[in-house]
Design a protein. Structure first.
Length: 154
């Protein structure tokens, strides 16, 4: 017995207090969980691999190539183009960082505009030769962080 640290009533109250706080925290977490679940499929690799967070779809339609840039990926990482020609690359930045795209190979070296989150920018590249080209983000060390890909033509 002796002397308890706190009277029973207060200790009981304390337990409820903790419980309530935990529940409140849980409720606060729920919207985040829903947000993450809604977004997770696009970056996690499940679902459509070329679908961006903002509803863009990466890929080729005619001579227009849509590229999605994120922290730190280029989508699609393996781009195939049917034949040599002039292509317009439209970049969509869905990452928090500023990104761009540079295309190199077969005598070509062309850099796209630098764009910030939620923005898009386009540039045109003359890809006259069939073969392999390299593409990467030229901003800071993003290339070494994973922002690279290849373009194969023909
Ligand atoms: Cu980048």
């Amino acid at each position: 017995m002796g002397e308890p640290g706190a009277p029973p009533c207060s200790s009981h109250h304390g337990v409820i207090g903790v419980c309530f706080r935990a529940m409140k925290r849980l409720l606060l977490l729920i919207p985040f969980a829903v947000l993450l679940a809604g977004c997770g499929g696009t970056s996690g690799g499940t679902g459509s691999p070329n679908q961006g967070h903002l509803g863009e779809t990466a890929g080729v339609i005619g001579n227009k190539v849509t590229i999605i840039l994120q922290d730190f990926t280029v989508t699609p990482a393996k781009l195939k183009l049917p034949k040599p020609g002039t292509y317009t690359f439209e970049l969509h930045n869905e990452g928090a960082q500023t990104h761009s795209l540079e295309i190199e190979g077969n005598g070509v070296e062309k850099k796209g505009p630098q764009i910030t989150f939620g923005q898009k920018g386009s540039f045109t590249v003359d890809l006259k030769k069939a073969g392999k080209y390299e593409m990467y983000c030229p901003v800071d060390s993003h290339k070494s962080l994973g922002m690279t890909g290849t373009i194969t033509i023909g």
